[in-house]
Design a protein around this ligand. Sequence first.
Ligand code: FES
Length: 259
Amino acid sequence: MNPPPSSPDLTRRHWTKQFILGSAAAMSGPHWSAAVLADVASTGPGPGIIRIKPSAFPALSNPGGSIQLLFSQLYAPLTLNRVSPDRFVTLDSVCSHAGCTVGRYIVTSGQSSMTCGCHGSRYDIEGRVFRNDQGISTEPAPDDLGRYETAYDATAGIIAITLPGLRLHIDSLTVHQKDQNGNIRLKLVFPVAFGAVYEIRYQPDLSSPSVPIRYSTTPSGTADKSTIGPATSGNFTAYVDAIGSKGYFTVGVKLTPVS
Ligand code: FES
């Protein structure tokens, strides 16, 4: 492993380039310990992309399988349905009638559906409200559920879900301090939303697994904090101690399966 460059400017450029370009895919299995992590797909503002392995969820083994995932107690869960062996859909579970949460897809011997607990509106596996032959809703809900772009890479076994409202990126990464022993402290700034829980992960190269790292909220404090549960929405500043001379940071949001 190469030592960090000695020039502060070079050091800053080196780290900035490596880390900002490097916010690439990273994922965990069903544990973060017991959660799936969303990861950063790009380092600039834009939609967040959640990547998950369906193999981590036995309920998604077969077509008709359905799970719900929550990344904030303030929002309704996402519903992820397996439509066919090679196609998944991700739906907003907010009912188009009066905004209650629609349950996961339930396969029955009769008419399988996702059903709203408030007034009973039914939706099919793709989130379409039940309609008559004229295309008019037969349910209290007038419209289909919202849908998120969902791509499935069957070879890699990974589902990528694009969430326009999930701001997950690193706004800036700078070298905050470098001491005479060559130890480098980095400053990361990234947006967070109240109600969600985040962690910072590191990987020395893209072929290595990312691992959670600890951070400090103050420039000179000990980096001993693991998760971030922000008290307010906005930009969050974290200080981390560099590991090696290059690598990749990822901000992950905790995504909890709804039981
Ligand atoms: Fe869903 Fe009324 S809110 S059926």
